[in-house]
Design a protein around this ligand. Structure first.
Ligand code: ADP
Ligand code: ASP
Ligand code: MG
Length: 452
């Protein structure tokens, strides 16, 4: 039997119609596990709720609580939810209310509390999706049982609240132990993306956009044959269609290229999603739940074509930190010292260039640049920080072995100030930093030069 894990993102869960449409897709695709996101906009609302409660703005907190509960009550009503689901939703609403009031009273929204708060988005949406799926199964006279699975019983993580790391071996073990009925095709499970649990029982989340990652973990856990990511675009495009409306959907892309594309800004797939898929050789389909008849994009180990430039991505909100000291000249250990400081602060660096006396690194957002990190760096070298930059990446094959490529890139953007270039380390990626304000324009020009 072929096992399929399907994930539906926020827009595919937006209202009762979306849930029914996504349920239809699940039935057609014979999904064994369905991993769902919170309904569109709900995670953002829950984060805002935590902020408002922490600031003591009770009137706004109450208004937002009402908005969130009404949104879900409306979907339950439209789906004619059964009594058990209605009671379950009421319990979730009351948990939401208690947590918001707890944060308000304490004026403290810790990362741990925020994770419980955010988990409610997926816990509410999954309860509703079960109703939609049962309805579609019944209509099509499909007899397989539908069950709601609490993802936290399986997705065990470490204690980094807000960006928890999955405990892979434990997850695989728990999937094998607890999901036999699903593996045998007797039950279809609907479960939550994004959320997990520490071994001590505290709720965690895997970072924004993490439902894709959850789906990949489930796929690995049950040794699925296919992982499907159903979203609001018809597949992975040559660039973000919001930046370039003439971006075209790619029919096939390799794991290596897709990892670079996701890491360097293509929001269509959470960057960590491919780790379990690559490890366990699971091909990934990215497609639109709104147009499921379209072929979508297959992400696989081996692909037929390997073009020089396949796609491009823009990663906004980049900060460039340049650390320089003449003492670096002809000495050893300087890079080690610098990277150790970043490591001690758990800061992830994306792109790096070095010269004899300086090293420049890019970081995802300026928030991670705390005072103590800058002080420690300042003890060993001069530190310069530049903000409001965007990282432009071109993704493809054999990039570092192609003469004349850099010239072709830069000749179309001669009017743009390029702050840093990373070229040579990867066969699959060429990236450089530009001013945030120029990012979209640069992508549009490069897309015209290399793709359309
Ligand atoms: P979901 O809620 O389904 O997880 P996301 O909003 O996280 O959806 O991801 C889908 C969005 O990713 C698309 O609407 C699109 O704007 C954006 N995106 C960025 N880069 C790409 C790309 N190369 N191809 C397709 N979509 C992209
Ligand atoms: N609901 C979470 C978010 O909005 C996770 C996800 O949708 O992937 O970030
Ligand atoms: Mg997403």
């Amino acid at each position: 039997m072929s096992l399929v894990v399907s994930k539906f993102g926020g827009t595919s869960m937006a209202d009762a119609n979306c849930m029914l449409r996504s349920s239809d897709v699940s039935l057609q695709r014979k999904s064994n596990i369905i991993v769902v996101s919170a309904t569109s906009g709900t995670t953002n609302d829950l984060i805002l709720l935590g902020d408002l409660a922490e600031k003591g703005q009770l009137t706004e907190v109450e208004a937002l609580l009402k908005k969130i509960t009404e949104r879900h009550t409306q979907i339950a009503k439209e789906l004619s939810a059964d009594e058990q689901t209605t009671t379950h939703l009421q319990e979730l609403f009351s948990e939401l209310d208690s947590i918001a009031r707890g944060i308000f009273l304490l004026r403290d929204c810790s990362a741990k509390a925020k994770d419980v708060l955010m988990s409610l988005g997926e816990r509410m949406s999954s309860a509703l999706f079960v109703v939609a799926l049962r309805q579609v199964f019944k209509k099509q006279n499909h007899k397989t049982k539908v069950g709601l699975l609490d993802a936290r019983t399986v997705i065990k993580t470490d204690e980094q609240f807000g960006k928890a790391k999955p405990l892979f071996d434990k997850i695989i073990q728990l999937c094998k132990e607890n999901l036999q009925d699903c593996i045998k095709g007797e039950t279809v499970y609907v479960t939550q993306g994004f959320i997990g649990q520490t071994l001590n029982g505290s709720t965690t989340t895997l970072g924004r956009g993490g439902s894709d990652y959850s789906a990949a973990l489930f796929a690995e856990g049950i040794s699925a044959n296919t992982l499907e990511i159903w979203t609001d675009v018809a597949g992975v495009a040559t660039t973000d269609p919001r930046i370039c409306p003439d971006a075209v959907v790619i029919d096939e892309i390799s794991f290596k290229e897709m990892s670079e594309l996701a890491t360097f800004g293509a929001k269509v797939l959470h960057p960590a999603t491919l780790l379990p898929a690559i490890r366990s050789h699971i091909p990934v389909l990215v497609a639109s739940s709104f147009e499921p008849q379209k072929a979508g994009t297959w992400v696989r180990k081996e692909v037929k074509n390997s073009p020089l430039i396949r796609a491009m991505a823009l990663r906004k909100n980049q900060t460039l930190v340049t650390v320089s000291t003449p003492e670096m000249l002809h000495t050893h250990g300087f890079l080690f010292q610098i990277f150790k400081i970043f490591n001690d602060h758990k800061i992830s660096i994306d792109a790096i260039t070095t010269s004899e006396i300086s090293v420049s690194v890019t970081l995802d957002n300026a928030d991670s640049l705390n005072k103590s990190l800058l002080e420690e760096l300042g003890k060993v070298a001069d530190v310069q920080v530049e903000k409001n930059l965007s990282l432009v990446s071109l993704i493809g094959n054999n990039i570092n072995h192609t003469p004349g490529l850099a010239m072709k890139i830069f000749e179309v953007i001669t009017d743009v100030n390029v702050r840093m270039i990373c070229y040579g380390a990867s066969r699959h990626n060429f990236c450089f930093l530009v001013d945030e304000a120029k990012g979209a324009e640069v992508i549009q020009k490069l897309h015209r030069q290399f793709i359309t």
